[in-house]
Design a protein around this ligand. Structure first.
Ligand SMILES: [Mg+2]
Length: 179
């Protein structure tokens, strides 16, 4: 059997457009007109403690992560192509939102059926991963990762240049880098 390099992808803000759903929910809850621009340079908005709690409870409800859109229209096709050349792992920090576990598993089975579900990793701290690469939008996860960390651009990290990771801005750049 040919030995393929192992390539791990984060899920939220890399494969799925979780921020879009979060924004839709919070605009609905608090009658706001928030857009992705409002998350430039930050993960948090000017929400009160009470509002943050209400929003978290909504996100932690069963179903929130079940119908997410792909981040980009070619995300799935590029993953399918990468799957021919790499051993793909999906590594998502699901512990932050415990009720997302089942939704995320079902989402992956439905939307990326060509992946091996033995390679789904629902974790907290990604420093234990031993894959060759990790593509993630969270700098704190990349900083502890032992392999080659790749920063995937998201509004919250877009303005941050104080790191030494290769930055990929979209899925076409992922394809160009790995294929
Ligand atoms: Mg993420």
């Amino acid at each position: 059997m040919k030995h393929l390099k192992t390539l791990a992808f984060d899920m939220d803000e890399v494969i799925t457009d979780t921020l879009a759903k979060k924004i839709a929910v919070l605009n609905d809850l608090f009658h706001r007109n928030v857009t992705k621009e409002d998350f430039l340079g930050s993960r948090n908005l000017d929400l009160s403690k009470e509002q943050s709690k209400i929003l978290f409870n909504e996100i932690n409800k069963e179903g929130f992560f079940r119908d997410l859109e792909f981040l980009e229209k070619d995300t799935r096709a590029i993953l399918e192509e990468l799957n021919e050349k790499y051993d793909i792992y999906i590594c998502t920090a699901a512990m932050e939102v415990p009720n997302s576990l089942q939704d995320k598993y079902l989402w992956l089975k439905e939307n990326l059926p060509f992946l091996n579900d033995q390679n789904f990793v629902f974790c907290g701290d990604k420093s234990v991963l031993a894959t060759d690469y990790l593509v993630d939008d969270s700098l704190y996860q990349l900083e502890e990762f032992k392999g080659e960390g790749i920063l995937f651009t998201a509004p919250h990290n877009q303005l941050n240049n104080e790191h030494s990771f290769t930055r990929l801005n979209n899925w076409q750049e992922v394809a160009d880098y790995f294929l």
